[in-house]
Design a protein around this ligand. Sequence first.
Ligand code: OGA
Ligand code: MN
Length: 200
Amino acid sequence: METIALASNWNIERIIDSLDQHGYALIDEAYSSTYLSDLVTECTSNLDRFRDAAIQNGVVSNIRSDHILWINDELVHAQHHIEQLNGLAQEFNRYFYLGIKEVEAHFACYNAGEFYALHRDNPQGKNGRMISSVLYLHEDWQSDWGGELRLQDKHEQWHIIEPKPNRIALFQSDLLHEVLLSKQQRLSITAWLRSHNSIW
Ligand code: OGA
Ligand code: MN
């Protein structure tokens, strides 16, 4: 992976320390407002291409009701976020020896009434996902709109994380978490820093 300059307000030491101590970290005001609004536009202008996340290979699951769009080269603004995460991955590899080689990501949209029940992103430690990240994109969020990320940290303490716009939540992919029912449209990019491709 090439070296990427991280956004200047990303305090790498604090992020690494928080991941080390708790298994998760938050980056608030992650990006400039111009870049964030480019991302929001890229997300909202493609909403008609989002697919039901609960349907995978024709099988319907009832644990989630959000809609997603996998990110490819054509989504240029989202690609920039992925490059940033690649830069972060290099730091994590240096400190935690995670062997991260790639980042995969999708946009996600939870419409009012949608949720993602309790799960782990790497339930059996086999799919290569080491660190999960979620960047929240909606322009405004109020604390009574639901849609919180509820996460159990590495000491089994529960945390309720508000999906504040321009916030990135980072957490170990083996931790238990859920997205509580959202009362408004909730937009994000979920990305996984992974050591290898899925062997499922
Ligand atoms: C996921 C997920 C959390 C969030 O996409 O796997 O758990 O806050 N997302 O959107
Ligand atoms: Mn998840």
